[in-house]
Ligand binder design. Structure first.
Ligand SMILES: [Zn+2]
Length: 427
């Protein structure tokens, strides 16, 4: 099929914006957007998405977690899964999640209207539990689709004491049907998500769209130094065991090691506790927490190793007691290289010369792709959002950029060949 014209792209963007605004009115509260998992608002949003999917000719079903699935049959049993989430944080913006579902609906409509049968089927998925704003866990919906739902999570309760299991029943579903929500690995060709960037990189680089390389992994290192309290006036410098001076040296080491990776790894200390915390007392006990993130699992592991080794050496030299504990470890989810390359091609075709070499960037935020990667290869397309602002009612993406994102998704579907995806990405 010929590439879309600029006026067709603008029309898609205008429709996408109307649909985003329409879902943005579905809220638990009149003055701000609040749409939590398995609530009456979730039901209303799911119904609206269902009617859009039916209008474009998709067969719609819902699984045990309330995920809405709009199905387009193809020439083979292989399916391309295109999805995002319709739950929100409290006092949310309208674009985070819903736009990805809307982009899927509009892109599929393009092929239905053309009356062309694709070599693979497409499922557009509207998940309900990405933000984790109701229960103290997240990605229940996509985990069920990926076949990795943790049954223990059914016991988790929200602030009102309602468990996830009870909420599923109240939503009219049965926990017994959760296993049936899982796709078979041989039918799921790939999972693709269109999402606003939620960061400033595309705007700074003047690009409407970008290819996500990975949903980045994270390590929290809790580092505790034990020194000796003493009088700030009487203890000579060479006889001190100053825990805060040790922590400061550790922080500088973390900063230097991260800078040396030239952007591959970022390391931050955003919290420190100092005891006893008096101006005239040598600090005896200091805890700092490193937040270390990278799109590369290997680069993050190298930095953590080097940092641990360096901190041990400096603590020994300073005669400080030391405890290092890993309090959080989330693996990097790489986006599949074939999906990345096809997305780059699709951006080039939608945006034209301005995107000679589409930008590739990591996602610092979590997404449903982290669960879907346990099932099949994943990829993400990022859309520029104003000021990089997200999780905030000020969240905004230009309709022109929304139109380009739908056009790129259409171009991706045109090019997609499931037979090129033989290996599964694992995390
Ligand atoms: Zn989101």
């Amino acid at each position: 099929m010929p590439a879309l014209t600029q006026s067709e792209i603008d029309a898609l963007g205008a429709r996408a914006e109307l649909m985003v605004n329409s879902l943005g009115t579905v809220s638990a509260e009149p003055d701000r957007l609040v749409r939590l998992f398995l609530t009456p608002e979730h039901r209303r949003a799911a119904d609206r998405v269902t009617s859009w999917m039916r209008q474009v000719g998709l067969a719609v079903s819902e699984d045990a977690l309330g995920t809405v699935r709009g199905r387009l049959e193809g020439a083979s049993p292989k399916r391309l899964l295109i999805g995002s989430h319709i739950d929100t944080v409290i006092n949310a913006g309208m674009y985070d999640g819903p736009f990805g579902v809307i982009a899927g609906v509009l892109a599929v409509e393009h092929f239905v209207r053309a009356g062309r049968k694709l070599p693979f089927g497409i499922d557009v998925l509207a998940f309900g539990d990405e933000e984790g704003s109701r229960f103290p866990a997240t990605l229940a919906s996509s985990s069920a689709c990926a076949g990795v739902f943790k049954t223990d999570n059914l016991k988790l309760a929200d602030r009102a004491g309602v468990t996830l299991g009870d909420a599923i029943a109240a939503y009219g579903k049965s926990v017994d049907d959760i296993p049936a929500a899982a796709y078979r690995p041989d039918e799921a060709a790939a999972y693709l998500e269109v999402h606003i960037e939620q960061g400033p990189v595309l705007e700074v680089r003047n690009q409407p769209l970008g290819v996500v390389t990975a949903i980045i992994g994270q390590t929290y290192l809790n580092v505790e130094f034990l020194g000796e309290a003493g009088h700030a006036g009487t203890v000579p410098m060479l006889l001190r065991r100053d825990a805060l001076a040790g922590a400061a040296e550790a922080m500088m080491l973390g900063e230097r090691l991260a800078r040396e990776t030239r952007g591959e790894v970022v390391a931050t200390v955003g919290r420190m506790t100092v005891a006893p915390g008096a101006t005239n007392v040598i600090p005896a006990n200091v805890v700092i927490v490193f937040d270390i993130r990278s799109g590369s699992e290997a680069a993050r592991a190298r930095l953590v190793d080097a940092l641990r080794g360096g901190i041990r050496a400096l603590a020994e030299r300073r005669h400080l007691g030391l405890t290092i504990t890993t309090t959080r470890e989330v693996a990097t989810t790489p986006c599949h290289p074939y999906v990345q390359d096809q997305l780059a091609e699709a951006i080039r075709s939608a945006v034209g010369d301005a995107a000679e070499k589409p930008l590739r960037l990591g996602s610092g935020a979590g997404h449903d792709g982290q669960a879907m990667a346990k099932l099949c290869p994943v990829g993400m397309l990022f859309v520029r959002c104003r000021g990089g602002v997200s999780h905030n009612p000020m969240e905004y993406a230009n309709p022109r950029d929304l139109g380009l994102a739908v056009a790129a998704l259409i171009a991706f579907i045109e090019r997609f060949d499931p037979t090129k995806l033989t290996s599964r990405t694992t995390t």
